[in-house]
Design a protein around this ligand. Sequence first.
Ligand code: IMP
Length: 196
Amino acid sequence: MRLVLATRNAHKLREFATLLAPHEIVVLPADVVLPPETADTFSGNALEKARTAARATGLPAIADDSGIEAQALGGAPGVRSARYAGEDATDEENLAKLLREAPAGSALAYVCALAYVDADGDERLVEGRCTGTLDPDPRGEGGFGYDPAFLPDDIADGRTMAELEPSEKDAISHRGRAARALLALLDGTQPPWPDR
Ligand code: IMP
């Protein structure tokens, strides 16, 4: 199936192209304007973006909204992860703020809501989570965002998410889990809301 991915994030594009194979990921045409992320849930934002892309292209569309939750901060930055240190903040600025505000060793969770919407109005929603802890000494060149300070529970060998091979990250990440749930759903092998 050809699926339009409603994102401008090159990292997400690369991860989803691998995760959703053999489906073909089509880049969102440049003239499609994605809605602002104003919902207070990951799923609300993901659905709005997928609806916009499906309407604009006539193709089945997928969109994710993702972020990181710190238990010590009551779940912040959450849906505001990309804008944590300000509207146009860089990944480095957002990570620096998390390191200032959450203590070393804080429990963290990456969350990914992934929406599928097609031209017939069929809508599916899945969620993936990946838990870990905050490492005060950021390191690693892989991944993006908060990965240099995220110690994943699933691979507990001292490497941060940014030090994992892409295939290792895909196997345990929130995005990987959501993508596999969506694949199963599209294949009809799993009921909705599998990862709750
Ligand atoms: P979105 O584009 O609104 O979904 O923003 C997602 C934000 O959450 C990114 O800008 C990152 O700050 C963070 N994030 C989501 N997924 C990851 C990941 O896999 N690694 C690191 N940071 C992530």
